[in-house]
Design a protein around this ligand. Structure first.
Ligand SMILES: C[S@@+](CC[C@H](N)C(=O)[O-])C[C@H]1O[C@@H](n2cnc3c(N)ncnc32)[C@H](O)[C@@H]1O
Length: 209
């Protein structure tokens, strides 16, 4: 397994912060818009009433889910205080119609919180930052409702530079997508859709096996 060298400064995609983080957030929303719409399309048959997002960023995708499905509950975790503030501002107006529970924390937080089941669990461009992806996928499996969907967007290209510090050992391993597919299967999830999106990212939809 390649050795990880931790960068001195945490890169913006991993922990958006400060002015650069705000700019990054706007850029990310703009560039990822086709991904968000693809995710919403995948969730349409489920009409989720409970939604959990891992690494919600600015909250734009959760906002689209709130508008489209009016879920009773939205939960989310993200380790960036800037992203938490941004998403709370964006999603605050749905509070009341939808119970909103966003917390500061990374994917490991979902091992204790929240309780399931969830009709939809979503992770867009956060997977590569999970340090123990196998444990998180197993937890996701235990949180999914029987007809629920786990929707992932996975960045397709990791530069040599990034691969020196990226925390996810499956991403680091070289053949990320095949490694992810195997890990999903091992966690008791079955892949329903697996396609390259117009943005170049990979979209994957999984459900309980
Ligand atoms: C590239 S951004 C994507 C944000 C959002 N999902 C989107 O597609 O617009 C990655 C996000 O994941 C968050 N993040 C970083 N490490 C994480 C982890 N271990 N677990 C969950 N989220 C994480 C970052 O704070 C950031 O908001």
């Amino acid at each position: 397994m390649p050795k990880m060298s931790v960068p001195k400064k945490i890169p913006q995609p991993m922990r958006p912060s400060g002015l650069a983080g705000r700019v990054f957030g706007h850029l990310m929303e703009w560039l990822s818009s086709p991904n968000y719409h693809w995710v919403i399309e995948q969730l349409r048959p489920v009409k989720p009433q409970s939604y959990l997002e891992i690494g919600f960023g600015t909250g734009r995708l959760a906002q689209l889910a709130a508008e489209r499905f009016l879920p009773a509950r939205i939960y989310g975790v993200d380790p960036s205080p800037l992203m938490l503030r941004t998403a709370l501002k964006k999603l605050g107006r749905y509070d009341g119609k939808t119970a909103l529970h966003l917390r500061l924390g990374d994917d490991t937080l979902i091992r204790q919180w929240p309780d399931g089941p969830f009709d939809a669990i979503v992770a867009a461009h956060s997977w590569q930052f999970w340090s123990n992806p196998v444990a998180t996928l197993m937890r996701i499996r235990s949180l999914l409702s029987p007809g629920g969907r786990f929707v992932m967007i996975v960045r397709s290209h990791i530069s040599d530079d990034v691969s020196k510090w990226i925390p996810n050992p499956i991403t680091m391993g070289g053949n990320e997508l095949d490694g992810l597919r195997e890990a999903l299967k091992a966690a008791g999830l079955v892949i329903l859709h697996d396609e390259k999106l117009s943005t170049g990212s990979q979209g994957i939809v999984a459900a309980c096996a």
